[in-house]
Design a protein around this ligand. Structure first.
Ligand SMILES: NC(=O)c1ccc[n+]([C@@H]2O[C@H](COP(=O)([O-])OP(=O)(O)OC[C@H]3O[C@@H](n4cnc5c(N)ncnc54)[C@H](OP(=O)(O)O)[C@@H]3O)[C@@H](O)[C@H]2O)c1
Length: 270
């Protein structure tokens, strides 16, 4: 079946999702909304830009909600009477399936967490299906999320931690890349050469681990020769508590995501 999708909230992530969806033959058209639609210049034939959330939601088979969590309540109220019977995918951090289902009675709801790599078709999106999702919905969701990257179903209780891990992840990786490029500059490698070497080393290493299915520690040992260059580098990383810092960062970000989720949930119960 070919579907029409309404992406409500055409910001950084919403616009990237709309562009991905437009590439699919199974998507007949995409409505993309924001209150100030002049800021959207998608230049893609299949994407119709509008500020009218209700018109977009009414026309759509599938609704994607991609506003900030703080704008969620107003938007969900606006479209609630149009959602029954429709598949709704929320990519908003912090808003639970329970709250989504309460606010959109009769809709079949999925909570998803993509990341900013959606803008180049390489997002990692974790999703948790709501109580009334069917097998056919699951297949539709996997296809739609697949238009802008890879997806994986997860239990909902992991969503705040996943927000901290792969939602925020691109920021950590960007810092790592920046640090490695700075190190390269320090030893005399020009910036453009360093950037290519570092980014390709990062994606290549990730692909190697995935394809061969080996443990990262095994790969580390493979390239670490006694008294060689790699161990000299690793020693400095360990001295700087590199791995502990990253573990603490993910833990702190998870706690922050949980606090935001609890605050939103509290406000909803008032
Ligand atoms: N950015 C990420 O890396 C990322 C990753 C995963 C999940 N998310 C989630 O995705 C959501 C959006 O994040 P973002 O980074 O894309 O934020 P953003 O760039 O601020 O986008 C939100 C968009 O929603 C629009 N908007 C607000 N109220 C609206 C309404 N009532 N009707 C229609 N559009 C409305 C805003 O445009 P106007 O002001 O013009 O209306 C804005 O462009 C958040 O809930 C976030 O948790 C983001």
């Amino acid at each position: 079946m070919r579907v029409i999708v309404a992406v409500l909230g055409g910001g950084k992530i919403g616009e990237a999702i709309a562009r991905g969806l437009a590439r699919s033959d199974r998507v007949r058209g995409v409505y993309l909304t924001r209150r100030n639609p002049k800021k959207l210049v998608p230049a893609v034939k299949k994407i119709r830009v509008t500020r009218d959330n209700r018109k977009a939601a009414a026309a759509a088979d599938v609704i994607v909600v991609s506003v900030k969590s703080t704008d969620a309540r107003q938007l969900l109220t606006e479209i609630a009477d149009l959602a029954p019977g429709k598949l709704v995918v929320s990519v908003m951090a912090a808003i639970s399936l329970r709250r989504l289902e309460e606010n959109l009675p009769g809709a079949r709801v999925v909570r998803a967490m993509p990341n900013v790599a959606a803008s180049v078709g390489h997002a990692m999106t974790a999703y948790a299906p709501g109580s009334s999702i069917t097998e056919a919905d699951r297949e539709t969701v996997r296809h739609l999320l697949g238009t802008f990257g890879e997806s994986r179903e997860v239990p909902e209780h992991l969503m705040d931690a996943i927000t901290a891990l792969s939602g925020s992840g691109p920021a950590y990786i960007a810092i790592l890349i920046d640090a490695m490029v700075s190190g390269a500059l320090k030893v005399g490698i020009p910036r453009d050469i360093a950037f290519q070497l570092v980014t390709r080393t990062l994606t290549g290493t990730a692909e190697l681990l995935r394809e061969k299915g080996i443990h990262p520690a095994e790969l580390r040992d493979l390239v670490t020769t006694p008294a060689g260059t790699t161990i000299a580098g690793i020693y400095e990383l360990e001295k700087g508590a590199f791995r502990t810092s990253i573990m603490s960062a993910i833990e702190a970000a998870t706690q922050a995501a949980e606090r935001v989720a609890a605050k939103f949930d509290d406000e909803e119960s008032r």
